[in-house]
Design a binder for this molecule. Sequence first.
Ligand code: FAD
Length: 462
Amino acid sequence: MVKRGLVWFKNDLRIYDNEALVKAHKECKELVFCYCIEESWFQKLELGFRRMDINRFRFMQQSVLNLRQNLEKLGAHLMIGEKSALTTLPELVKTYGITDIYAEQEYAPYELDLVDQVTAALPEIDFHFFWGKTLYHKDDIPFEISKIPLTSKAYRIPVSKKSEPRQPFDVPGKLKGIADMKTEPFPAYTIYGFSKSEYEQSQVLIEGGEDAALERLEYYTFKSELLTGYRWSRNKSDGMDYSSKLSPYLALGCISPRVVDAKVKDYEEKVKKNQSTWWLIFEMVWRDFFTFKEMRIGVSLFSTKGFKNKKMVWENDEDQFRRWCEGSTGIPFIDAHMRQLNQVGFMSNRGRVNCASYLVFDLKIDWTWGAAYFESKLIDYDVSSNWMNWHMQAFEIWYTNPVHQSNKYKAQDFIRKWVPELSGANDIEALIPWEFDVHDYVKPIEIYSKWGRAINLIKKVD
Ligand code: FAD
């Protein structure tokens, strides 16, 4: 039978190293290409914010539009569904006589549930799912998912000894798109409840899309050689150059981890192999580990008691949560990071660790509230990376002192940039303004006695 295929893009918004696309191109006579926005992504939570906020919407929009452009260069068009895959896919199947659907395999509960609903709604269709999220293929690691080790070291060492990342797939040649299809406009942001000013004023940290992702990778490696110093710069908070900024692209699949790995290996051969090149891949192996561990754990990851059903005492003061979200806790290191997140949809790893620790251990607010807020705002939001990191902060990691850290990482310029009330503060005032009472900056929620030593060190009176 002649196959008419549909490639359903989800978090694999790329044409390079996309197995579903390559297989569909090989096996089908004609193809339809589709991306589906889910209205439920924009639903308002009881906590008072949307599941996906404007910066995430814009980054996704740029990434989808770039995919559409790249497909057009190969002679194909991208349909963009505005409500849900559950309505768009059955319509396309009917209109174009589709026999087979090709897509990346999902791993997280909500996304798997949607896929289950779609497959149930289309029993006559042959579905083909391909694993593409991680550096090491799910079938190549020396563990079954149900036996993934619970510690990263027990996972990482056997994987690095026994497995190899697969080779990336090439971009397919001219695609066999259905002739009478036309490019349609991207659905209006107003459908999802965003206002004109919200949309126009949003300032996403970086541009979305596969072209920008590949350019960023080239810049961070061969062009600037910043990768050589990554090991020593990665803990900073401000600017584009201290870390790769590949996470938003990896999250939406604008680039695959295998392509990043191949570039780093090439860099090691031609430019430099050192602790930094090792560390960047090490971080991507963490990402893999969190994905597989999340698959093992399932829905209990998202509960307040975590997957180990651990009881913690939460105070859940709603006003303090609001102040944390908007960056007005009165602790400059926390506020600077939260304001950066709100404005550009990104925060450094150092910032994420500190803001999470402060929410959980100082304010004693349910970690799932914080994780949901990050989900709403981060342009690199990824189910397992976000929820597993939050879970680890809440249950497995010791306390991080934000005053000590602001001093250790010399965060003064970063604070003066993101907290304009402190733009005129000197290096000591910027870190502990409550000690001076000279700036028009909010009073802290609380100064904890455990910060005493760090405060004295900044004042140099220890
Ligand atoms: P680099 O330092 O250049 O690292 C290279 C790549 O390795 C990253 O792009 C990312 O894909 C991966 N990586 C690095 N650190 C981690 C990590 N701790 N866990 C998993 N993968 C990692 N990362 C996300 O991609 N999405 C999230 O939703 C997310 N939420 C987080 C929430 C909390 C509370 C914390 C503490 C961390 C979270 N991270 C998340 C991990 C990390 O902060 C970001 O991946 C990193 O800051 C992205 O910047 P980069 O691409 O410049 O990273």
